[in-house]
Design a binder for this molecule. Structure first.
Ligand code: HPA
Length: 235
């Protein structure tokens, strides 16, 4: 038991997929995993452990934003010995050539959240685990799933993202997309010597304003989940 996870010790697999939405964790457990067992219900943040192709894998929601994911990943690594963490989320595209359904493999994550300023006397650059990134990239390519690798921004704002002064600079300086959690995941994983990667499926475009429809959302989530699971079981 930890503060926000009421699972017995040893009940969470050492590799975990992390969607923001707890009901997506349930969807992944029910549709992709064998013999999933629910290990958490505190605050409705559902978590399940099971197997994929015979290898133990877990999945759990993180909630939205840096404070929420930080709480869960700290407890998963510090209290439950989780070693490999793969976020499976959605993001907004900042580039005209990165469209709905494309995957972004977050090589590094910028943020406008203040936690890195509190932690460091300089500018820390949160990065993905290279082996996880390389593996996910190869698996996406093998499966013919379009992916882009590079920087994302973990924002503190879902609404008003483009209204603030300097908002254009993220894209100008090479940031591919916007989500809300990866920078925290990478930073906490680094502290614990764990591997982390964020894979994001583009659900909307901040360039064109278009948004994914329900059918395409499900198809692209399934592609992303497959890439994440195939990556996770190799670690
Ligand atoms: N901004 C932040 N997070 C997101 C977005 C976005 O446009 N789309 C999906 N997650």
């Amino acid at each position: 038991m930890s503060t926000h996870i009421n699972a017995p010790a040893g009940s969470i697999a050492p590799r975990i997929l992390l969607p923001g939405d707890p009901l997506r964790a349930k969807y992944i457990a029910e549709n992709f995993m064998d013999e999933p067992v629910q290990f958490n219900s505190v605050r409705g943040m559902l978590g399940f452990s099971g197997t994929y192709k015979g290898i133990p894998v877990a999945v759990m929601g993180t909630g939205m934003g840096i404070p929420s994911i930080s709480i869960y990943v700290e407890e998963l690594m510090a209290e439950y010995g989780v070693k490999t963490l793969i976020r499976v989320g959605t993001c907004g595209s900042l580039r005209a050539d990165i469209g709905l359904r494309d995957l972004i493999l977050a090589q590094g994550a910028c943020t406008d959240n203040g936690f890195l300023n509190y932690l460091f006397p300089g500018t820390y650059a949160p990065i993905a685990d290279f082996d996880l990134l390389r593996t996910a990239y190869d698996i996406a390519a093998e499966k013919g799933i379009r992916s882009f690798t590079g920087l994302i921004k973990s924002s503190d704002m879902f609404y008003g993202e483009t209204d603030v002064p300097g908002a254009d600079n993220w894209a100008k300086y090479g940031v591919l997309g916007v989500e809300m959690e990866a920078a925290a995941l990478y930073t906490h994983a680094a502290k614990h010597g764990c591997r982390a990667l964020a894979i994001c499926s583009v659900s909307d475009s901040l360039v064109t304003g278009e948004e994914i429809d329900a059918a395409a959302r499900e198809r692209s989530l399934n592609d992303m989940i497959t890439v994440a699971l195939e990556t996770a079981i190799r670690f």
